[in-house]
Design a binder for this molecule. Structure first.
Ligand code: PBG
Length: 331
């Protein structure tokens, strides 16, 4: 006990605007936000994504315009995801390491336009490139094979680094991939390319709109439970995070976000490494849908949730609300 009534009245410091500002424990700024962007083929193309209201796929020129917008808004990083054309998807996802794929075109164009004013984060996983929608290579039974997949992910990560990616973010959940990617980056002279690993990524029901956005949803048969984590497990998440740090991750991610705040908090207590949350597509869509049916004010719902990630211990948040939130935060 630190006090008793009426010596202590906790409402005193809450009673005015200035006092609430003075005592606010958590700050959210536009520099905490990472903006995920979907890239598609063509020029001057914008394709709205029905299940993600307010979010579109853009051709490379449009993605560059969004990147310039990010810089203006004080958003430090954009995360890129490609919607690969159907005829470029294959069983082995070989398009992932084509030096002229959509991702690489977008990376080069953004780095040329924005330079060091903006970080480019790229997703390392095969699902936008495979004809079966899984994140890795599959055997005859449809099982995603680990070590063979890691070898391809290494090629993919190197391909992105060579195009100019600043942060590679393996989202595939294969064992040992962070170590393999770190070694390859070092050997390739990419000493300053960061790895933000999707360390604790759950087999979640909240990824649906994302799979629509990258065009893998209709292709995916079965689920991803043999590599993504069981939502029932927390101790295992600590082991995943510990491994990825030991293997050479500069920062780690917990995904999805709000349903896993306990994991973020536990990781914050256990490890001295920057932790990021991915507020995923389904979470974003639920806020938009809730606001649309009158649950509450969209901006207020959005800000309360983003703030929760910072309070739980996050260094930053990947969120489709990044530009809207940044605009509000910048006044
Ligand atoms: C691909 C990947 C996924 C997301 C990010 N990278 C989907 C999945 O694992 O099926 C989900 C992001 C979101 O839902 O916003 N490996």
């Amino acid at each position: 006990m630190t006090g008793s009534y009426p010596n202590t009245r906790l409402r005193r410091t809450r009673s005015t605007t200035w006092s609430r500002a003075l005592h606010r424990e958590t700050q959210l700024t536009s520099a905490d936000l990472i903006w995920p962007l979907f890239v598609t083929d063509g020029e001057g193309v914008e394709e709205p994504i029905a299940s993600l209201p307010g979010v579109s796929r853009w051709s490379v020129d449009g993605v560059v315009a969004r990147a310039r917008e990010a810089v203006e808004l004080g958003i430090p990083v954009v995360a890129l995801f490609p919607n690969t054309q159907a005829d470029k998807r294959s069983d082995d996802g070989a398009e992932a390491h084509n030096p002229d794929n959509l991702m690489c075109q977008a990376i080069r164009a953004i780095k040329q336009a924005c330079g060091d004013d903006l970080g480019v984060l790229t997703d390392v996983a095969l699902d936008p490139y495979t004809s079966h929608g899984q994140d890795g290579l599959i055997d005859d039974g449809g099982y995603v094979v680990n070590d063979e997949t890691v070898a391809v992910l290494v090629d993919q990560a190197l391909n992105q680094a060579e195009a100019g990616a600043d942060i590679v973010a393996p989202s595939d959940m294969m064992d040992g991939r962070v170590h393999a990617i770190r070694m390859a980056l070092e050997m390739g002279g990419h000493h300053n390319v960061q790895i933000m690993s999707y360390a604790a990524k759950y087999a979640s029901a909240f990824y649906g709109p994302f799979r629509d956005a990258v065009g893998s949803g209709g292709l995916l048969k079965g689920d991803k439970k043999s590599y993504q984590m069981d939502p029932a497990n927390g101790d295992e998440a600590m082991r995943e995070i510990e491994f990825d740090i030991a293997e050479g991750a500069d920062s780690v991610m917990v995904k999805p976000g709000l349903a896993y705040l306990d994991i973020i908090y536990r990781a914050r207590q256990a490890f001295d490494v920057p932790i990021f949350a991915y507020q995923v597509s389904g979470e974003y869509a639920l806020i938009e849908a809730g606001a649309a049916v009158g649950v509450g004010d969209r901006d207020a719902l959005m800000m309360e949730k983003l703030l929760a990630f910072k309070r739980a211990g996050c260094a930053g948040i990947l969120t489709y609300h990044a530009p809207v939130a940044a605009r509000l935060l910048n006044g």
